[in-house]
Write a protein that binds this ligand. Structure first.
Ligand code: FES
Length: 142
C-alpha cells in the first residue's frame, strides 16, 4: 500500500475544510512545480489559534497534509504553530511516499504564511529568520 491508513483517512475525510470570514491571518502558498495551491485561515485570540480552516487545490497528499497540519495547530499558541515542520506532519500521517514529501511542505509553508500575515496586519515585530524559505526536504530538492 503506497499510502498509510492515516493519509487515506485525512484525504477522504479531511478535517477543518473551508474558508473563514474575518480570519486574523491568511496564508496562501503554491508549488511552482505541480501548480497546487493551499490556503490556510487562522482565528487568533491572545496568541492562541482558536480556529483554523484550509482550502487546498491540490493532490491527495496535499489535502491529507493540510488536514493533519490544521489538527496539529488548533488550540495551540502561535509559537508552536511556527515550529510545525513538514517532517512532523509526515510523521503524524505515518509517512508519505518520497516523491510526495514536497506536498507536506506546502502545509508547513501555508501555516507560516498565515501567521506572518497576522503579524504584518497587526504590526507585531517578529524575527524574519523564521520565515526565510528554508526547509530540508532532501528528497524533492526544492
Ligand atoms: Fe502538488 Fe502534491 S503534487 S502538492
Amino acid at each position: 500500500m503506497l499510502y498509510s491508513e492515516r493519509v487515506m483517512d485525512h484525504f477522504t475525510n479531511p478535517r477543518n475544510v473551508g474558508t473563514m470570514d474575518n480570519a486574523d491571518g491568511v496564508g496562501e502558498v503554491g508549488n511552482v512545480k505541480c501548480g497546487d495551491i493551499m490556503k490556510i485561515f487562522l482565528k487568533i485570540d491572545n496568541d492562541i489559534i482558536t480556529d483554523v480552516k484550509f482550502s487546498t487545490f491540490g493532490c491527495g497528499s496535499a489535502i491529507a497534509s493540510s488536514s493533519m497540519a490544521t489538527e496539529m495547530i488548533k488550540g495551540k499558541p502561535l509559537s508552536q504553530a511556527l515550529e510545525l515542520t513538514n517532517q512532523a506532519v509526515v510523521e503524524a500521517l505515518d509517512g508519505l511516499p518520497a516523491h510526495k514529501l514536497h506536498c507536506s511542505v506546502l502545509a508547513e509553508e501555508a501555516v507560516k504564511a498565515a501567521v506572518k500575515d497576522y503579524y504584518d496586519k497587526n504590526g507585531i515585530e517578529y524575527d524574519k529568520e523564521i520565515f526565510a524559505q528554508t526547509h530540508d526536504c532532501e528528497h524533492c530538492g526544492e
